[in-house]
Design a protein around this ligand. Structure first.
Ligand code: NAD
Ligand code: UDP
Length: 344
């Protein structure tokens, strides 16, 4: 069993220690796009946060603003190995897994291990600590869906042996483990099926469509539309997702079934390109390249269950969300250009 490498521990002041924590929350994948936003939000709500991340797609810069705050601790650790923790833990969010297709396909075996062994290790920890645990599952559970919008009852159309399978099947296996740990061991488990989420904090080189299109439009480079652009996605602003995740975590023990979280506005990828181009007043051209294998043709969440069980729904339109996101990427590009060239 491998212990956690202790990278950075900031002890709360005595006074702060008397006030906190309301609870201690472990966020696996907490240095990634969604994870860092969640850590920040949890801290602001008074929780102590233990961030665990192997920094595969995450970055310490994502948590730089909170790493000095009382109650925040970071451990560099790969969740495919078991975790030993002395501290009590009340809640665990499992967000650890590369979210972008080009990133999770770099090392598909490790992606699968992250999803399945990682889930097992965190479920074991939850059981030991008597903590509730939430799995960041995905709309990829539905594969290339044959019905739309996707309800949680739809079992999906997933290829078990394609380039996306390491992620899709890994996440499906993790859902199974969450379901079975609930039944067999009485652990309080939550499953969020997250649909395409974007916002400030995404890495410029993430590779997903929103970040690619914004960076390309800002740089005047061609916008890369894979296929003919008629495939659809539904885009959720990150803060809406965070609200949904936290509300799901707070539900009673019996809410252990999967719940879709996303935004049910549906756009073709060609429409997204036109919207981004117009917002940035960019002169970038559109170029089509081959559609990746097994790229889902349509995707839109049915949110009735989330609205009913969580009294939650998305509040940020794509238009407003892009207005909040474009400045983030503009700043990232400006910072990159301020950097001196690396000396060979
Ligand atoms: P991300 O790639 O930005 O973040 C993932 C984080 O997990 C990174 O910090 C990475 O370093 C870390 N990580 C990866 N493998 C790990 C391992 N074995 N051990 C420890 N840390 C590891 O992705 P994101 O968009 O922030 O997604 C967060 C979670 O939400 C992921 O599980 C993803 O599958 C899920 N999800 C995201 C979306 C979305 O659109 N953003 C949609 C569906 C599901
Ligand atoms: N896509 C695209 N150009 C890009 C990146 C992605 O046309 O530069 C398409 C991709 O083929 C898919 C959609 O945009 O149809 C969403 O891709 P993303 O990687 O963001 O997420 P996915 O939903 O496929 O996991």
């Amino acid at each position: 069993m491998i212990g956690l490498e202790h990278i950075d521990r900031k002890k709360p002041s005595d006074f702060a220690a008397r006030l906190r924590p309301l609870k201690t929350v472990l966020v696996a994948g907490g240095a990634g796009f969604v994870g860092a936003r969640l850590c920040t939000r949890l801290l602001s709500e008074g929780a102590d946060v233990i961030c665990v991340d192997n920094l595969q797609t995450g970055n310490l810069s994502n948590i730089a603003a909170i790493s000095g705050q009382p109650g925040f601790r970071f451990f560099k650790h790969d969740i495919t190995a078991p975790l030993t923790l002395v501290a009590p833990v009340d809640e665990i969010y499992n967000l650890a897994c590369p979210g972008s297709p080009p990133k999770y396909q770099i090392n598909p075996v490790h992606t699968f291990k992250t999803s399945v062994l990682g889930a097992l290790n965190l479920l074991g920890l939850a059981r030991k600590k008597n903590a509730r645990i939430l799995q960041a599952s995905t709309s990829e559970i539905y594969g290339d869906p044959l019905s739309s919008p996707q309800t949680e009852g739809y079992h999906g159309n997933v290829n078990p042996v394609g380039p996306r399978s390491c992620y899709d099947e890994g996440k499906r296996g993790a859902e199974t483990l969450f379901h079975d740990y609930g039944i067999q061991h009485g652990v309080t488990t939550k499953i969020a099926r997250i649909f395409n989420t974007y916002g400030p904090g995404m890495a410029p080189d993430d590779g997903r469509v929103v970040s690619n299109f914004i960076i390309q439009a800002l740089s005047g480079e061609p916008i890369t539309i894979y296929g003919n652009g008629t495939q659809t996605r539904s885009f959720c602003y990150v803060d809406d997702l965070i609200d949904g995740l936290m509300l799901l975590m707070a539900t009673p023990h019996d809410v252990s079934y999967p719940v879709n979280l996303g935004n049910d506005g549906e756009f073709t990828i060609a429409e997204l390109a036109e919207i981004v181009l117009a917002k940035i007043a960019s002169t970038s051209t559109l170029v089509n390249s081959p559609i990746p294998i097994d790229d889902p043709r349509q995707r839109r969440p049915d949110l009735r269950l989330a609205r009913k069980v969580l009294n939650w729904g998305p509040t940020v339109t794509l238009d407003n969300g892009l207005n909040r996101t474009i400045p983030w990427f503009r700043d990232q590009l400006a910072a990159k250009h301020r950097m001196p060239e690396a000396v060979a």
